[in-house]
Design a protein around this ligand. Structure first.
Ligand code: GA4
Length: 330
Protein backbone atom coordinates (compact mmCIF):
# COMPACT_ATOMS: atom_id res chain seq x y z
CA UNK A 1 0.00 0.00 0.00
CA UNK A 2 2.90 2.35 0.58
CA UNK A 3 4.42 2.34 -2.91
CA UNK A 4 1.76 2.96 -5.48
CA UNK A 5 2.00 2.36 -9.17
CA UNK A 6 -0.43 3.39 -11.89
CA UNK A 7 -1.80 -0.13 -12.52
CA UNK A 8 -2.53 -0.43 -8.78
CA UNK A 9 -4.68 2.68 -8.99
CA UNK A 10 -6.54 1.41 -12.04
CA UNK A 11 -7.19 -1.84 -10.23
CA UNK A 12 -9.09 0.12 -7.62
CA UNK A 13 -10.95 2.38 -10.01
CA UNK A 14 -14.15 1.53 -8.13
CA UNK A 15 -13.20 4.00 -5.44
CA UNK A 16 -13.05 6.78 -8.01
CA UNK A 17 -15.80 9.37 -8.02
CA UNK A 18 -17.72 9.16 -11.29
CA UNK A 19 -17.58 12.94 -11.72
CA UNK A 20 -15.21 15.49 -10.17
CA UNK A 21 -16.77 16.72 -6.93
CA UNK A 22 -18.04 20.29 -6.85
CA UNK A 23 -16.03 21.98 -4.15
CA UNK A 24 -16.03 25.49 -2.76
CA UNK A 25 -13.26 27.18 -0.79
CA UNK A 26 -15.74 29.46 1.01
CA UNK A 27 -17.17 30.12 3.54
CA UNK A 28 -14.43 30.06 6.14
CA UNK A 29 -14.12 27.22 8.63
CA UNK A 30 -15.01 28.53 12.14
CA UNK A 31 -11.88 29.17 14.18
CA UNK A 32 -11.89 28.90 17.98
CA UNK A 33 -8.99 30.35 19.94
CA UNK A 34 -9.10 28.63 23.33
CA UNK A 35 -7.06 31.42 24.91
CA UNK A 36 -9.90 33.93 24.31
CA UNK A 37 -12.52 34.51 27.02
CA UNK A 38 -15.48 34.28 24.60
CA UNK A 39 -14.45 30.96 23.04
CA UNK A 40 -17.43 29.06 24.50
CA UNK A 41 -19.82 31.25 22.50
CA UNK A 42 -17.84 30.69 19.33
CA UNK A 43 -17.96 26.94 19.96
CA UNK A 44 -21.76 26.98 20.33
CA UNK A 45 -22.18 29.02 17.13
CA UNK A 46 -19.85 26.70 15.18
CA UNK A 47 -21.61 23.55 16.45
CA UNK A 48 -25.00 24.96 15.46
CA UNK A 49 -23.97 26.24 12.03
CA UNK A 50 -21.39 23.69 10.87
CA UNK A 51 -20.99 20.92 13.47
CA UNK A 52 -17.29 21.56 12.86
CA UNK A 53 -14.56 23.97 13.92
CA UNK A 54 -10.82 24.43 14.12
CA UNK A 55 -9.08 24.90 17.49
CA UNK A 56 -5.89 26.86 18.15
CA UNK A 57 -4.08 27.46 21.45
CA UNK A 58 -5.29 24.01 22.47
CA UNK A 59 -2.56 23.21 25.00
CA UNK A 60 -1.66 19.78 23.55
CA UNK A 61 2.17 19.65 23.59
CA UNK A 62 3.59 19.73 20.05
CA UNK A 63 6.11 17.13 21.15
CA UNK A 64 3.30 14.57 21.73
CA UNK A 65 1.94 15.28 18.26
CA UNK A 66 5.23 15.00 16.37
CA UNK A 67 6.28 11.92 18.34
CA UNK A 68 3.08 10.07 17.43
CA UNK A 69 3.30 11.25 13.83
CA UNK A 70 6.83 9.84 13.60
CA UNK A 71 5.75 6.50 15.14
CA UNK A 72 2.72 6.25 12.82
CA UNK A 73 4.87 7.01 9.77
CA UNK A 74 7.27 4.26 10.84
CA UNK A 75 4.38 1.84 11.32
CA UNK A 76 2.81 2.50 7.90
CA UNK A 77 6.23 2.12 6.21
CA UNK A 78 6.52 -1.49 7.48
CA UNK A 79 6.00 -4.37 5.05
CA UNK A 80 2.34 -5.33 4.73
CA UNK A 81 2.97 -8.68 6.43
CA UNK A 82 4.27 -6.87 9.55
CA UNK A 83 1.33 -4.47 9.67
CA UNK A 84 -1.10 -7.35 9.29
CA UNK A 85 0.28 -8.94 12.45
CA UNK A 86 -1.72 -6.27 14.31
CA UNK A 87 -4.83 -8.26 13.34
CA UNK A 88 -7.66 -7.74 10.84
CA UNK A 89 -10.06 -4.95 11.81
CA UNK A 90 -13.01 -6.61 13.58
CA UNK A 91 -13.48 -3.70 14.01
CA UNK A 92 -10.10 -3.02 15.70
CA UNK A 93 -6.77 -3.74 14.04
CA UNK A 94 -4.93 -2.87 10.82
CA UNK A 95 -7.08 -2.31 7.75
CA UNK A 96 -6.25 -1.70 4.14
CA UNK A 97 -8.81 -0.22 1.69
CA UNK A 98 -11.79 -1.98 3.29
CA UNK A 99 -13.67 0.24 5.72
CA UNK A 100 -16.21 -1.36 8.06
CA UNK A 101 -17.88 -4.72 7.46
CA UNK A 102 -20.34 -3.78 4.69
CA UNK A 103 -18.38 -3.29 1.48
CA UNK A 104 -17.09 0.28 1.81
CA UNK A 105 -13.65 0.92 0.35
CA UNK A 106 -11.25 3.86 0.23
CA UNK A 107 -7.70 4.68 -0.81
CA UNK A 108 -6.54 4.38 2.78
CA UNK A 109 -4.78 2.10 5.23
CA UNK A 110 -5.44 2.49 8.92
CA UNK A 111 -5.01 1.35 12.46
CA UNK A 112 -8.17 1.33 14.55
CA UNK A 113 -7.79 0.99 18.32
CA UNK A 114 -10.08 0.96 21.32
CA UNK A 115 -9.00 3.27 24.12
CA UNK A 116 -10.73 1.14 26.74
CA UNK A 117 -8.15 -0.20 29.20
CA UNK A 118 -9.87 -3.62 29.57
CA UNK A 119 -9.61 -4.54 25.94
CA UNK A 120 -6.63 -2.33 25.24
CA UNK A 121 -5.29 -3.23 21.83
CA UNK A 122 -2.05 -1.38 22.22
CA UNK A 123 -0.37 -4.56 23.38
CA UNK A 124 -0.85 -6.06 19.90
CA UNK A 125 1.08 -3.32 18.16
CA UNK A 126 3.79 -4.71 15.95
CA UNK A 127 6.89 -3.06 14.48
CA UNK A 128 10.48 -2.52 15.53
CA UNK A 129 9.76 -0.81 18.81
CA UNK A 130 6.12 -1.33 19.87
CA UNK A 131 6.95 0.04 23.32
CA UNK A 132 7.80 3.49 22.01
CA UNK A 133 4.69 3.47 19.74
CA UNK A 134 2.54 2.61 22.77
CA UNK A 135 4.16 5.36 24.83
CA UNK A 136 3.54 7.96 22.09
CA UNK A 137 -0.09 6.81 21.70
CA UNK A 138 -0.77 6.97 25.43
CA UNK A 139 0.70 10.47 25.82
CA UNK A 140 -1.17 11.79 22.80
CA UNK A 141 -4.50 10.17 23.67
CA UNK A 142 -4.41 11.40 27.26
CA UNK A 143 -3.76 15.00 26.15
CA UNK A 144 -6.37 14.95 23.39
CA UNK A 145 -9.01 13.35 25.63
CA UNK A 146 -8.40 16.14 28.16
CA UNK A 147 -8.88 18.76 25.45
CA UNK A 148 -12.07 17.02 24.24
CA UNK A 149 -13.41 17.08 27.83
CA UNK A 150 -12.53 20.79 28.19
CA UNK A 151 -14.41 21.51 24.97
CA UNK A 152 -17.46 19.53 26.15
CA UNK A 153 -17.43 21.51 29.41
CA UNK A 154 -17.27 24.77 27.49
CA UNK A 155 -20.23 23.55 25.42
CA UNK A 156 -22.20 22.78 28.59
CA UNK A 157 -21.37 26.28 29.92
CA UNK A 158 -22.32 27.91 26.62
CA UNK A 159 -25.61 25.99 26.59
CA UNK A 160 -26.16 26.88 30.28
CA UNK A 161 -26.45 23.22 31.29
CA UNK A 162 -25.65 22.04 34.81
CA UNK A 163 -23.52 20.26 35.89
CA UNK A 164 -20.83 21.34 33.45
CA UNK A 165 -19.39 17.79 33.27
CA UNK A 166 -22.69 16.34 32.04
CA UNK A 167 -21.07 15.55 28.65
CA UNK A 168 -17.40 15.23 29.58
CA UNK A 169 -18.11 12.62 32.28
CA UNK A 170 -19.12 10.18 29.53
CA UNK A 171 -15.59 10.33 28.08
CA UNK A 172 -14.01 10.27 31.54
CA UNK A 173 -15.95 7.13 32.52
CA UNK A 174 -13.72 4.05 32.81
CA UNK A 175 -16.14 2.23 30.53
CA UNK A 176 -16.14 4.99 27.90
CA UNK A 177 -16.34 3.35 24.48
CA UNK A 178 -13.92 5.71 22.74
CA UNK A 179 -11.90 4.83 19.67
CA UNK A 180 -8.65 6.00 18.18
CA UNK A 181 -7.81 5.89 14.50
CA UNK A 182 -4.64 6.50 12.49
CA UNK A 183 -5.33 6.93 8.77
CA UNK A 184 -2.66 6.90 6.08
CA UNK A 185 -3.69 8.07 2.61
CA UNK A 186 -0.85 7.33 0.18
CA UNK A 187 -0.52 9.81 -2.70
CA UNK A 188 -2.75 8.90 -5.58
CA UNK A 189 -1.58 10.48 -8.87
CA UNK A 190 -4.73 11.15 -10.83
CA UNK A 191 -5.53 12.81 -14.12
CA UNK A 192 -8.35 14.88 -12.63
CA UNK A 193 -6.40 16.56 -9.86
CA UNK A 194 -8.28 19.52 -8.37
CA UNK A 195 -6.16 21.99 -6.41
CA UNK A 196 -3.86 19.15 -5.35
CA UNK A 197 -6.89 17.02 -4.37
CA UNK A 198 -7.60 14.14 -6.69
CA UNK A 199 -11.10 12.84 -7.23
CA UNK A 200 -10.30 9.45 -5.73
CA UNK A 201 -12.08 8.85 -2.46
CA UNK A 202 -9.75 8.27 0.47
CA UNK A 203 -12.53 7.92 3.05
CA UNK A 204 -16.12 8.21 1.85
CA UNK A 205 -18.70 10.65 3.18
CA UNK A 206 -20.11 9.87 6.59
CA UNK A 207 -20.97 11.31 9.98
CA UNK A 208 -19.22 10.07 13.12
CA UNK A 209 -21.50 8.09 15.46
CA UNK A 210 -19.84 9.18 18.74
CA UNK A 211 -20.15 12.41 20.78
CA UNK A 212 -17.11 14.35 19.60
CA UNK A 213 -14.18 13.68 17.27
CA UNK A 214 -10.80 15.39 17.48
CA UNK A 215 -8.74 15.25 14.31
CA UNK A 216 -5.17 16.25 13.64
CA UNK A 217 -3.49 15.76 10.28
CA UNK A 218 -0.16 16.50 8.68
CA UNK A 219 0.01 19.37 6.21
CA UNK A 220 -1.65 17.48 3.33
CA UNK A 221 -5.09 18.56 2.12
CA UNK A 222 -8.01 16.20 1.51
CA UNK A 223 -10.57 16.73 4.26
CA UNK A 224 -13.87 18.22 3.16
CA UNK A 225 -17.02 18.98 5.10
CA UNK A 226 -20.54 19.19 3.76
CA UNK A 227 -22.62 22.32 4.28
CA UNK A 228 -26.38 22.32 4.88
CA UNK A 229 -27.00 23.08 1.18
CA UNK A 230 -25.16 19.88 0.22
CA UNK A 231 -22.05 21.61 -1.16
CA UNK A 232 -18.59 20.50 -0.03
CA UNK A 233 -15.88 22.78 1.29
CA UNK A 234 -12.21 21.87 1.49
CA UNK A 235 -10.63 22.27 4.90
CA UNK A 236 -7.14 23.78 4.52
CA UNK A 237 -4.77 21.50 6.47
CA UNK A 238 -3.01 22.87 9.55
CA UNK A 239 -0.64 20.55 11.37
CA UNK A 240 -0.55 22.76 14.47
CA UNK A 241 -4.32 22.84 15.03
CA UNK A 242 -7.09 20.39 15.78
CA UNK A 243 -10.38 19.99 13.94
CA UNK A 244 -13.48 19.11 15.92
CA UNK A 245 -16.55 17.25 14.63
CA UNK A 246 -19.91 17.06 16.34
CA UNK A 247 -20.93 13.36 16.30
CA UNK A 248 -24.43 11.86 15.95
CA UNK A 249 -24.71 11.26 19.72
CA UNK A 250 -24.11 14.94 20.50
CA UNK A 251 -26.71 15.89 17.89
CA UNK A 252 -29.21 13.73 19.79
CA UNK A 253 -28.16 14.99 23.24
CA UNK A 254 -28.72 18.58 22.09
CA UNK A 255 -32.05 17.53 20.51
CA UNK A 256 -30.82 18.54 17.07
CA UNK A 257 -29.44 21.96 18.09
CA UNK A 258 -25.91 20.85 17.20
CA UNK A 259 -25.51 19.10 13.87
CA UNK A 260 -23.26 16.12 13.29
CA UNK A 261 -21.18 17.06 10.29
CA UNK A 262 -20.95 15.01 7.12
CA UNK A 263 -17.32 14.81 5.97
CA UNK A 264 -15.05 12.88 3.62
CA UNK A 265 -11.42 12.71 2.54
CA UNK A 266 -10.17 12.93 -1.04
CA UNK A 267 -6.70 11.62 -1.75
CA UNK A 268 -3.91 13.98 -2.66
CA UNK A 269 -2.24 13.49 -6.00
CA UNK A 270 1.32 14.06 -4.76
CA UNK A 271 1.55 13.92 -0.97
CA UNK A 272 0.74 11.34 1.70
CA UNK A 273 -1.87 12.38 4.23
CA UNK A 274 -1.66 11.12 7.79
CA UNK A 275 -4.45 11.80 10.25
CA UNK A 276 -5.01 10.87 13.90
CA UNK A 277 -8.55 10.91 15.21
CA UNK A 278 -9.88 10.46 18.72
CA UNK A 279 -13.58 9.57 18.77
CA UNK A 280 -14.98 10.29 22.23
CA UNK A 281 -17.86 7.92 22.97
CA UNK A 282 -20.01 7.06 26.00
CA UNK A 283 -20.13 3.72 27.87
CA UNK A 284 -22.08 1.04 25.96
CA UNK A 285 -24.92 1.03 28.50
CA UNK A 286 -25.44 4.83 28.36
CA UNK A 287 -28.86 6.10 27.26
CA UNK A 288 -28.48 8.60 24.45
CA UNK A 289 -31.28 11.13 24.78
CA UNK A 290 -31.73 14.92 24.71
CA UNK A 291 -30.55 16.63 27.90
CA UNK A 292 -33.75 17.67 29.75
CA UNK A 293 -32.71 21.33 29.99
CA UNK A 294 -32.44 21.52 26.20
CA UNK A 295 -35.96 20.24 25.58
CA UNK A 296 -37.60 23.54 26.53
CA UNK A 297 -40.84 21.68 27.36
CA UNK A 298 -40.92 20.29 23.82
CA UNK A 299 -40.69 16.72 22.52
CA UNK A 300 -37.57 14.72 21.91
CA UNK A 301 -36.85 14.45 18.20
CA UNK A 302 -35.47 10.96 18.85
CA UNK A 303 -36.61 7.62 20.21
CA UNK A 304 -34.70 6.43 23.26
CA UNK A 305 -31.71 4.18 22.66
CA UNK A 306 -28.46 3.12 24.28
CA UNK A 307 -25.01 3.64 22.76
CA UNK A 308 -24.79 -0.16 22.40
CA UNK A 309 -27.95 -0.19 20.28
CA UNK A 310 -26.72 2.71 18.14
CA UNK A 311 -23.32 1.15 17.62
CA UNK A 312 -24.86 -2.18 16.67
CA UNK A 313 -27.05 -0.48 14.10
CA UNK A 314 -24.07 1.59 12.82
CA UNK A 315 -22.09 -1.57 12.15
CA UNK A 316 -24.85 -2.91 9.94
CA UNK A 317 -24.92 0.31 7.90
CA UNK A 318 -22.88 1.57 4.95
CA UNK A 319 -20.55 4.51 5.54
CA UNK A 320 -22.71 7.10 3.73
CA UNK A 321 -26.01 6.02 5.33
CA UNK A 322 -28.00 8.39 7.51
CA UNK A 323 -27.72 6.36 10.71
CA UNK A 324 -29.83 8.65 12.88
CA UNK A 325 -32.85 8.32 10.60
CA UNK A 326 -33.87 5.01 12.24
CA UNK A 327 -33.96 6.68 15.64
CA UNK A 328 -35.98 9.76 14.72
CA UNK A 329 -39.53 10.17 15.99
CA UNK A 330 -41.88 10.65 13.10
C1 GA4 B 1 -17.00 6.25 11.12
C2 GA4 B 1 -16.22 6.94 12.24
C3 GA4 B 1 -15.07 6.07 12.81
O1 GA4 B 1 -13.97 6.06 11.88
C4 GA4 B 1 -15.53 4.62 13.05
C5 GA4 B 1 -15.97 4.04 11.72
C6 GA4 B 1 -16.40 2.57 11.69
C7 GA4 B 1 -15.22 1.66 11.29
O2 GA4 B 1 -14.43 2.04 10.43
O3 GA4 B 1 -15.13 0.56 11.84
C8 GA4 B 1 -17.63 2.50 10.73
C9 GA4 B 1 -18.05 4.00 10.49
C10 GA4 B 1 -17.27 4.80 11.52
C11 GA4 B 1 -19.58 4.21 10.61
C12 GA4 B 1 -20.43 3.07 9.98
C13 GA4 B 1 -19.76 1.68 10.13
C14 GA4 B 1 -18.80 1.72 11.30
C15 GA4 B 1 -17.42 1.80 9.41
C16 GA4 B 1 -18.82 1.51 8.97
C17 GA4 B 1 -19.16 1.23 7.74
C18 GA4 B 1 -14.45 3.82 13.78
C19 GA4 B 1 -16.84 4.61 13.77
O4 GA4 B 1 -17.02 4.54 14.96
O5 GA4 B 1 -17.88 4.70 12.85
Amino acid sequence: MVVLSKPAIEQFSYIRNSKPPSTLMFPQIPLVDLSKPDSKHQIIKACEEFGFFKVINHGVPLEFISRLEAEATKFFSLPLSEKEKTGQPQPYGYGNKRIGPNGDVGWVEYLLLTTNQDSNMLRFLSGENPESFRFALNNYMTAVKKMACDLLEMMADGLKIQPRNVLSKLLMDEQSDSVFRLNHYPPCPDAHALNGNSNVIGFGEHTDPQIISVLRSNNTSGLQISLRDGSWISVPPDQFSFFINVGDSLQVMTNGRFKSVKHRVLTNSVKSRLSMIYFGGPPLSEKIAPLPSLMGGGQSLYKEFTWFEYKKSAYSSRLADNRLMHFERI
